[in-house]
Each structure stands twice: as C-alpha cells, then as structure tokens.
Design a protein around this ligand. Structure first.
Ligand SMILES: *Cc1c(COP(=O)(O)O)cnc(C)c1O
Length: 351
C-alpha cells in the first residue's frame, strides 16, 4: 500500500495467473497451454518479420489478420476486433459493453478474471450458481441483466453447452450483450460464431493461446455485429492504437493458414484428454466431462490440497482453486502422452 496510489488501485485485488516456473524439469499442467508447439510455418512467418521494418509502427487495425480471421469464420472484417491476448479483449468488452445499470451475470464458478474486471471498471455483477453437477443451465440467466458472460466450455469445470442452448439464451436476453468466451471451443465444441449474423447481441471471444499454441504471442479476438465491434474499437482507440506488433500479426495469419496442423493437434489433445480421464478414473478420481484441454477432477479419498502438494513435490504443477464448491477439485491440463505418464507415475506414488 502506498500513499501515491489512487483509491481505485488501493482496493484492487488483481487476478493471479498460474505459476510460470523458470526451471526446466517441471511438468507444467497448470495454465492450459497447448502441449504442442505452433505450426512450423508460424515460426517461419515470424522470422520473415525480423527486418528493419520493425522501426515502423504496425498497422493499427491489423487489417490482414482481421481479414484472415473474417474469411475463416465467413464474416466481414468489420465484424472482427483484435487485442493483445483475449484478456485485453475482455477488458475492453467489460469496459465498453458490459458496464450497465443492471448487474452483469456470470456463473459462481468460472474464469476468475471476470470479477477482477468488474472491480477495475466498477461494474455490478450477480453470480449465478452452477447446477449441482457443476453445469451452466441457461434458464437460470432468464432475468433482468446488464449483460451475460461465461466461457463455453466453462473454465475450470469443462462443461460444454450446445449451440441450441446458447441460441435460446440469445433470444431470452435480446436486450443485452451476451459474451461467449470460447477460449477452449476448438477442443470439440461448436462455435457460436455461426449465430453472429442472426443475433446482433452476441459477442464471441476467442484466443490463439490455447488451441493455436500461441500463448507466448498474445493474440485474442472478438467477433460480433458491426455495432458491437465499433463500440470495442472506440475503447481500444482511446487506450492503445497498436495492441498487436508486426510479429504477432504475422504469427496469427500463419497459424490460421495452416489449418491442417491446427486440426491435427486439436485431435491429439482430445485423444490425450480421454487417456488422462481414463487413467484418473482408474485411480479413484471423479472426473467431470470436459470440452476443454483440461480436466477437472476430485478424488474419493485424498484431499485436493494433499494431491496438489504431493504432485508439486514431484515437479508436476496442476491448478487448485481455494474456492467454495470446488476446493476438492484439481484442474489438470491435458499434456502430451509423456506428460500424462509423468502425472500418473507421480500419482501412483501417493495413491
Ligand atoms: C486462457 C483464457 C483466456 C485468456 O487468454 P489469453 O488470450 O491468453 O489472454 C480467456 N478466457 C478464458 C476462459 C481462458 O481460459
């Protein structure tokens, strides 16, 4: 605490990301990164950008990447918004589209950055409890609201909603913006991007950090009606004209262009998710069905903290959330087969 801080800063409780240890022999399954590297063509594209042109500012609207993403989803470039990671995109969404007189609705168990943005931008919110089996029931959101946001699949539970469920929500909350945070949609879900031309109130947010193996590049985007995107542009251009540098733009375009590689690694992650789930089930865990590149699991006899600490001592990092309803669960990122093997070997030394 410092007297030099503003009153706002004094009362902030910032988001704590999962640890990024700087040692190499750690099996890191705590932040849902992709276990596979980016497509080789991404590396090539980044190298090609390492020229004297770096003395120039990048194009402020990242037009070429915008067009690439628009073509991929059969949308117009004017329906795409880009940011420095989807966390930055979300920050502008909270500020520009979700700061209303009525409370914003999101699940009681969800991405823990949402309440942090609410505190930063002074947004009132109401947490809607997940069902007893930790799922989102869209009927629970059928009430007056200043907006709705949740990840699909939800994090950290992995629960995946159908496109029909999302569509019914868009119809029942036609007066407010409904944000679907699709950080994990590519691991077996169906994107709500196909609903954008039918519903002007839906905003779909995606990231290149998970399914496209580019967490280190910081590229996120939102897709929605021109009116929503124009609102976001107004916020962005009052904040930072150039959120994406030359290297990010080149990497993003190359990643979308190598669709075969993208599909191959998504399928591999889905296969490994089954392997990890089955291995945990065999060892007395209950594992929630997951649509993400992670599983959410609880052990019948051992406490989550005990398992977490044991794994950490064995150099395996997973994520534990000290939070009501889920304190007995661990979130484990789906890694390579070798990484899964290491988790299982470490678990077998405890269980
Ligand atoms: C990882 C994640 C993000 C943030 O992704 P970045 O693009 O890396 O900032 C946003 N929402 C959810 C639900 C996530 O899990």
């Amino acid at each position: 605490m410092s007297k030099y801080w503003s009153d706002l800063v004094k009362q902030l409780e910032p988001y704590t990301p999962g640890e990024q240890p700087q040692v190499s022999d750690i099996t890191k399954l705590n932040t849902n990164e992709n276990p596979f590297g980016p497509s080789p063509s991404v590396i090539k594209a980044i190298r090609a950008q390492l020229t004297d042109d770096l003395h120039l500012y990048p194009p402020p609207e990242s037009d070429q990447l915008k067009t690439t993403i628009a073509d991929y989803f059969a949308l117009q470039p004017s329906q795409i918004f880009l940011g420095n990671g989807s966390d930055e995109v979300l920050a502008h969404v909270f500020n520009g589209l979700l700061r209303k007189d009525l409370p914003l609705l999101f699940p009681d168990i969800t991405y823990s950055f949402y309440p942090v943005f609410c505190a930063l931008y002074d947004i009132q919110f109401e947490k809607i409890p997940l069902t007893n089996d930790l799922c989102i029931d869209v009927n629970d959101y059928n009430r007056g609201n200043g907006g709705i946001i949740f990840p699909n699949p939800n994090a950290p539970t992995g629960d995946l909603l159908t496109i029909d469920a999302i569509e019914s929500l868009l119809q029942s909350s036609a007066e407010s913006v409904v944000v679907i945070d699709e950080a994990y949609i590519d691991f077996g879900g169906v994107s709500a991007a196909s609903l954008i031309n039918k519903y002007p109130n839906v905003l779909v947010v995606q990231t290149m950090s998970k399914s496209r193996s580019l967490a280190g590049m910081r590229i996120g985007y939102a897709m929605g009606s021109e009116a929503l995107i124009e609102g976001l542009d107004r916020v962005k251009n009052s904040f930072n004209s150039y959120p994406l540098g030359h290297l990010q733009i080149a990497a993003g375009i190359a990643a979308f262009e190598d669709d075969a590689y993208f599909r191959k690694i998504c399928e591999q992650v889905i296969e490994n998710r089954t392997l990890l789930t089955d291995s945990l089930l065999q060892r007395g865990f209950r594992v929630l069905p997951s649509g993400g590149n992670f599983v959410f699991a609880t052990h019948e006899e051992r406490s989550a903290v005990e398992i977490f600490q044991h794994l950490k001592a064995e150099n395996v990092l997973v994520r534990h959330f000290q939070q009501p309803r889920i304190e007995q669960f661990l979130r484990i990122t789906v890694g390579t087969e070798e990484e899964i093997q290491r988790v299982i070997v470490a678990l077998d030394r405890l269980i």
